[in-house]
Design a protein around this ligand. Sequence first.
Ligand code: THG
Length: 265
Amino acid sequence: MQIVGELINASRKKIREYIKEKNPEAIAAVAKDQHEAGADYIDVNAGIFVGKEAEYVKWLVQTVQEHVDTPCCIDSPDPKVIEEAAKVHKGIPLVNSISLESERYEKLLSVIKGTDMKVIALCMSDEGMPHTKDARMKIADKLVNGLVSNNVAIDNIYLDPLVQPIGSGDTLGMEFLNTIESIHEEFKGIHTICGLSNISFGIPKRQFANQTFMIMAITKGLNAAIMNPLDKKMMASVIAAEMLAGKDQYCEKYMNAYRDGLFEH
Ligand code: THG
């Protein structure tokens, strides 16, 4: 599992304050904690700051990369913000995200075309967010064909089928999970990613539902997640489920996690 640490997001009150006061030490500490907990990418999102988003996301990328040796996941719906932030990013970022929405598609494509950037592709179009596997797969097909025909390597594409709250419909969990399975059948070598916590919106004991859903998604082949790497129970669930799914040769990662005390929580 590739892990994208989600904590540097201005929708969180503390982070919003750190960004407003441009406090590099506080941001660096949140980046460092996530890196040490096993994050492969550090997500940076300043989406709530209308008009200042580009300035803040650039500052976040620079601040994170001055303190940890980890690439960023540049999280913005605005292609201009991503373009600006990618210019100051060292190494290869994960761009979050492109979609089939006409406002985003062409502009974002021109940012990543001819580069080796990795890109999250949301299963979303101008018609809105799809609810079924079939509707998601239609969008996924168009996205993957469009990206590949523009020379984006399949290994650089992370499809996000978009998790929707189970409270808004009994079928939404399985439709999402079955999409993950179909994507891996249809597009060999591609990655799947999602922000899992949306599944539990509006219900109590959210972490419990999130952890269980993570395990279910791993059985379908999910291989990247935007999540809180400081959630030790979630990290332990990921490591155990991946071992049981045959993705941990000689149970090495599980044994290391055991030795590090991860299962003591
Ligand atoms: N797909 C993609 N990108 C995404 C998402 C996705 N980026 C944003 C989001 N979804 C994932 N990131 C976060 C970051 C923080 C929190 C949740 C998702 C978070 N939530 C608090 C909680 O759940 O308790 C509430 C916020 C608060 O602290 O007040 O922290 O799906 N491609």
